[in-house]
Design a protein around this ligand. Structure first.
Ligand SMILES: Cc1cc2nc3c(=O)[nH]c(=O)nc-3n(C[C@H](O)[C@H](O)[C@H](O)COP(=O)(O)O)c2cc1C
Length: 243
C-alpha cells in the first residue's frame, strides 16, 4: 500500500514540506509505504490543448498510489499556481474511492487557509477521492497542525486498505457537503483565525477584550446575522494578530 505526499510549495524546506513529512510519518507508522513528491522538481506547466498532461513520470506515481496527501501554500487566499497547474494536468487514472487528505498552509496573515482547503477538496471531488477531515493551517495553529497531520496521515493509510468508491453524484455531493470547513466563507474563516489566535497569541493582556468580540461574533453568526458579525470577528483578529 502506497501513500503519496505532494508538496505544492516551491520551497522544499518550508511549512508545507514539514506538514507533509509529518503526515507521511503517520502513514508509515500505520503500515503504509510512502513517497514524497516536490512539485517543483517536475516540469509542470499550465494546461493547454497542446499539452494537457503533467509529466508521465509524475502521473505514473499518482496512478500507483492508494492514498494521497496534498499540501499547498496559500497565495492570495487560494491554492498557489504550481499546485493548481498540477491538479489541472495530472493524469491519475481511476482514483474513485481512494482516500485523500488536503493541507492548506497560510503562512502569512492566515487568511485563505479555509478557502484554499476548498480548492483542494474540489479537486478531490472531481476525482472521486474520498477526502478525510481537512487540515487548514496558519502560523497560529502550526504546532498543533503538525501533530494533527501525523494523526490524519495514519488515517489515510488505514482507509487506503479498503477502497470505497462513490456510486453516484448524489452520494459524492452529500459526502463533500458534510465535510468540515466546506461550508465556510470569509467571515467564518476570520473567526476561525481569531479562535486560533485566542489560543496561541502572545498578546495575553488583550485576550479578554478579544474574547468578548469573538463571542459576540459567534453569537451573531449563530443567530443568522453574519453581516453584523464581521466587525466583531475582525476586531478579535486584529487585536491578537502578531508577526
Ligand atoms: C504570492 C504570495 C501570496 C501570498 N498570499 C498569502 C495569503 O493570502 N495568506 C497568507 O496567509 N499567506 C500568504 N502568503 C504567504 C505563504 O502562504 C507562506 O509563505 C507559506 O509559508 C508558504 O508555504 P511554504 O512555507 O511551504 O512555502 C503568500 C505568499 C506569496 C509568495
Amino acid at each position: 500500500m502506497l501513500i503519496v505526499g505532494v508538496v505544492g510549495s516551491p520551497r522544499k524546506n518550508g511549512l508545507t514540506s514539514r506538514l507533509i513529512t509529518s503526515a507521511l510519518e503517520g502513514a508509515r507508522e500505520a503500515g503504509a509505504s510512502t513517497k514524497i513528491i516536490y512539485l517543483i522538481d517536475f516540469d509542470i506547466q499550465p494546461w493547454t490543448p497542446d499539452r494537457p498532461k503533467a509529466p508521465e513520470e509524475l502521473n505514473e506515481i499518482m496512478r500507483k498510489a492508494d492514498g494521497f496527501i496534498i499540501g499547498a501554500p496559500v497565495y492570495y487566499l487560494d491554492v498557489n499556481g504550481l499546485t493548481k497547474d498540477f491538479m489541472d494536468t495530472v493524469d491519475m487514472g481511476d482514483s474513485n474511492g481512494k482516500p485523500g487528505l488536503g493541507i492548506a498552509v497560510a503562512g502569512g496573515t492566515g487568511k485563505g487557509l479555509v478557502l484554499t482547503i476548498k480548492s483542494i477538496y474540489h479537486f478531490f471531488f472531481c476525482k472521486g477521492i474520498r477526502g478525510l477531515e481537512p487540515l487548514p493551517v496558519s502560523r497560529f495553529n502550526y504546532e498543533e497542525a503538525i501533530k494533527k497531520a501525523h494523526e490524519l496521515g495514519g488515517e489515510v493509510a488505514r482507509q487506503a486498505r479498503e477502497r470505497k468508491p462513490f456510486r453516484s453524484l448524489e452520494e459524492r455531493i452529500s459526502y463533500f457537503h458534510s465535510l468540515k470547513y466546506m461550508n465556510m466563507d470569509m467571515v467564518d474563516e476570520i473567526l476561525l483565525l481569531a479562535g486560533q489566535l485566542l489560543r496561541t497569541s502572545p498578546k495575553v493582556d488583550l485576550k479578554e477584550e478579544a474574547n468578548a468580540s469573538y463571542e459576540k461574533a459567534l453569537r451573531l453568526i449563530r443567530s443568522g446575522r453574519k453581516e453584523e458579525a464581521v466587525k466583531y470577528a475582525v476586531e478579535a483578529y486584529n487585536l491578537l494578530y502578531y508577526r
